[in-house]
Ligand binder design. Structure first.
Ligand code: MG
Ligand code: MG
Ligand code: MG
Length: 309
């Protein structure tokens, strides 16, 4: 039976690269595995498109329904981020680097989740443990994924293991300048010209259950906040529309990767709760949070505390 290896919805570069890497490893170990993603190739985010093109990899096929399939999950273990009908699938493995989600299984499965900056860091270790050589193109995508998830090693989620993994993977991929690779990815990721505000909000967006309240958090990583200066009103409108769809709060992290902080745009039934979560004061529709780079490690835990989770 084929194992479909799948990252989270709204796939990022790690979800795509990790699916490709895990499928490659599983195949090398004699399993029938295929990388898939919860997006069409066209709708894939611009950073991931650049990465696949750069390393000559085909985009994974889109999966729309998990029912009846064997699924290996990478880069998530939440039902809400998994493909539709995951409850009617057989989850056979989880490789991740997030908090443990709500997926359960009837039988023991392989779970390798580590507090590191990227799923591909975990996978690099799994290749080594299994004595499987990582193909050049796959090593390239894994390098890119680690640079992306750790924001070029600047994110607080970054660990020594992530840096060591890039030091091993980049030479395998023929990447001599990881800084230049990161800047190429950042340029692609932060390109906003001509992109509808709704698409920008959902480019890297996740919904969370905060004590029964639905809270959405999007993030745009930018080289400078000037990139979105002209479209702030459009972004706000997209956030308001999204909130009107049954959410308590919608946040948009406008993260300045160079200044290493985030302008947090807030649309909420209780703005004071959001202010309290980050010790800030909304000026207009947003406030600056110095040092905030990571949704997972900084934004979400602070929100959970503020919402009493
Ligand atoms: Mg991810
Ligand atoms: Mg990841
Ligand atoms: Mg990410």
């Amino acid at each position: 039976m084929t194992i479909y290896v799948c990252g989270h919805s709204n796939p990022d570069t790690d979800s795509v690269a990790a699916a490709i890497a895990y499928a490659t490893l599983a195949k090398a170990l004699g399993e029938d595995a295929v990388a898939v993603m919860q997006s069409s190739a066209d709708a894939l985010n611009p950073e991931s498109k650049v990465v696949l093109e750069r390393f000559g990899l085909a985009a994974p096929e889109e999966i729309t329904d998990a029912a009846g399939k064997q699924i290996a999950l990478v880069d998530h273990s939440d039902i809400g981020q998994a493909p539709a009908n995951i409850d009617k699938a057989e989850v056979v493995a989880i490789v991740d680097h997030h908090k443990v989600g709500d997926i359960t299984t009837n039988t023991p499965i392989l779970v390798n989740s580590q507090p590191v900056g990227c799923t591909c860091t975990v996978l690099n270790e799994m290749f080594k443990l299994n004595n499987v050589a990582i193909p050049k193109d796959v090593a390239g995508a894994m390098t890119a994924a680690i640079l992306s998830d750790t924001v070029n090693f600047k994110s607080p989620t970054c660990t020594d293991k992530d840096k060591a993994a890039v030091a091993e993977l980049a030479p395998l991929a023929g990447v001599t300048d990881t800084e230049a690779l990161f800047m190429d990815m950042l340029k692609a990721k932060s390109a906003v010209d001509g992109v509808p505000a709704q698409d920008l909000l959902f480019r890297d967006y996740k919904d969370f259950d905060m004590n029964g309240k639905k809270v959405g958090v999007g993030q745009l990583e930018l080289a400078t906040l000037d990139q979105v200066a002209a479209i702030r009103d459009d972004l706000l409108k997209a956030m308001q529309d999204t909130k009107a769809d049954g959410r308590h709060t919608v946040l948009l992290m406008l993260t300045d990767v160079v200044k290493e902080g985030t302008d947090l745009v807030v649309v909420s039934d209780e703005p004071a709760v959001i202010e309290g979560a980050f010790g800030g004061k909304i000026d207009g529709v947003s406030f600056w949070v110095d040092g905030m780079m990571s949704r997972k490690k900084q934004t979400v835990p602070n929100l959970q505390k503020a919402f009493g989770c």
